[in-house]
Design a protein around this ligand. Structure first.
Ligand SMILES: NC(=O)C1=CN([C@@H]2O[C@H](COP(=O)(O)OP(=O)(O)OC[C@H]3O[C@@H](n4cnc5c(N)ncnc54)[C@H](O)[C@@H]3O)[C@@H](O)[C@H]2O)C=CC1
Ligand SMILES: C[C@@H](CO)CCC[C@@H](C)[C@H]1CC[C@H]2[C@@H]3[C@H](O)CC4=CC(=O)CC[C@]4(C)[C@H]3CC[C@]12C
Length: 333
């Protein structure tokens, strides 16, 4: 029944479909959306793994494109029933300029919304981020919060600022008339720190540990708790929201939801050790050796070096004042 041609009618588009989260969304849709007829995977860089997906019952269309190019986005969106917009520039290390981050995250999202309006696509799911809320620059803890918890969301870093702007655009677009006269239904999901298969930062920590003789040095007190969420669950939540938006437009349209699961609340480093420990790494407690002021000094030094070296090379270590502040502030949903 599920595989018959009549039941397969829906066309989905996943932007950023070759990224860490996007790939999981793509695979999840193929497994869990029996009404899927065509799945369009739109990304700046297409992964070779897409080829193996082209042999199944669903037509998988790989589209190499750039969300900052309105015409490319419109061409990809035309005829899609649902857009899952995960494409984004995830950069808290200073690899890209603030302008580029805004161009991709904000202008790219504007282009997706306008493409939906112009072409008559009604359902848009946006991957926002917990960073839209916090941790804020004052380091206020957010402890077991939810969507209604009051929190002073103040940012300076381009990444959270751009995600906050893009999220607002998506939510404000809910109810806009699309081509054909029906209304656009939008919803934003705010994952906490995502982990799972393909997580690059986890790999970076692993390689750092190998370079340091199988050790990592604790920089963050174990008492600072972070929410983390498994990538498969984030993908599943995107699929569920996409499936429910039509039936529950009045309830879910224009809403934002945190995206979390039952992963344990732990410090960023302790959580990573759940995986890196069994891979042979050890977390060495250096709280007394590396006080916070020294870490801050190192982080500031890194930022200075990044700025000085920029004309010559890209110096973008994991530790900078922003990542230190985020890692050092409790944020649990
Ligand atoms: N990694 C995390 O912990 C979290 C990520 N997010 C959000 O989830 C989304 C996906 O993030 P990840 O999978 O972690 O990042 P990623 O970098 O692995 O994936 C992003 C994808 O977007 C694509 N992309 C970037 N610029 C593009 C452009 N101009 N045009 C078309 N495609 C472009 C990239 O090629 C990449 O495949 C992002 O919107 C991010 O803000 C939200 C919360 C946490
Ligand atoms: C002080 C360092 C010494 O080991 C540890 C630095 C850890 C940081 C690289 C990470 C700590 C918290 C992470 C962020 C958090 O999980 C929330 C995020 C949400 C997003 O939308 C994108 C990724 C990130 C900003 C994530 C990035 C890496 C950290 C800052």
């Amino acid at each position: 029944m599920a595989d018959s041609a009549e039941t397969r009618k829906l066309v989905y588009l996943v932007t950023g479909g070759c990224g860490f989260l996007g790939e999981h969304v793509v695979r999840m849709l193929l497994q869990r959306e029996p009404r899927l007829y065509e799945l369009r995977v739109f990304d700046l860089h297409l992964g070779p793994w897409l080829e193996e997906l082209k042999t199944g019952p669903v037509q998988v269309t790989a589209i190499q494109g750039d969300v900052t190019q309105a015409h490319e986005v419109a061409a990809a969106v035309a005829g899609a029933h649902v857009v899952i917009h995960t494409a984004g520039l995830v950069d808290v290390f200073g690899r890209a300029s603030p302008e580029t981050i805004y161009e991709v995250n904000v202008q790219g999202t504007k282009n997706v919304i306008e493409a939906c309006v112009q072409t008559g696509t009604r359902f848009l799911v946006y991957t926002s981020s917990m960073e839209v809320v916090g941790p804020n620059i004052k380091g206020h803890p957010f402890y077991r919060g939810n969507e209604d918890t009051p929190y002073e969301a103040i940012h300076r870093h381009p990444y959270p600022c751009s995600k906050a702007q893009a999220e607002r655009l998506v939510l404000e677009a809910n109810g806009r008339k699309v081509h054909g006269g029906l209304s656009l239904v939008t919803c934003a999901l705010r994952p906490t720190g995502i982990y799972g298969e393909g997580h690059q930062i986890m790999r970076d920590f692993y390689h750092q540990g190998l370079r340091l003789g199988g050790r990592l040095f604790r920089a963050i007190p174990a008492s600072v708790e972070h929410s983390r969420v498994y990538v498969g669950n984030v993908a599943w939540m995107h699929v569920l929201v996409a499936q429910e938006l039509e039936q529950r437009a009045a309830l879910m349209g224009g809403q934002v939801y945190f995206c979390y699961d039952e992963s344990p609340y732990k410090s960023y480093e302790d959580f990573n050790m759940e995986f890196l420990g069994p891979c042979g790494l050890r977390l060495v407690d250096t709280r007394l050796l590396v006080p916070y002021w020294l870490l801050m000094l190192l982080a500031t030094l890194n930022a200075l070096l990044q700025w000085l070296l920029r004309p010559l090379l890209l110096y973008a270590p994991l530790l900078n004042p922003y990542t230190l502040a985020v890692a050092n502030t409790t944020f649990t949903v």
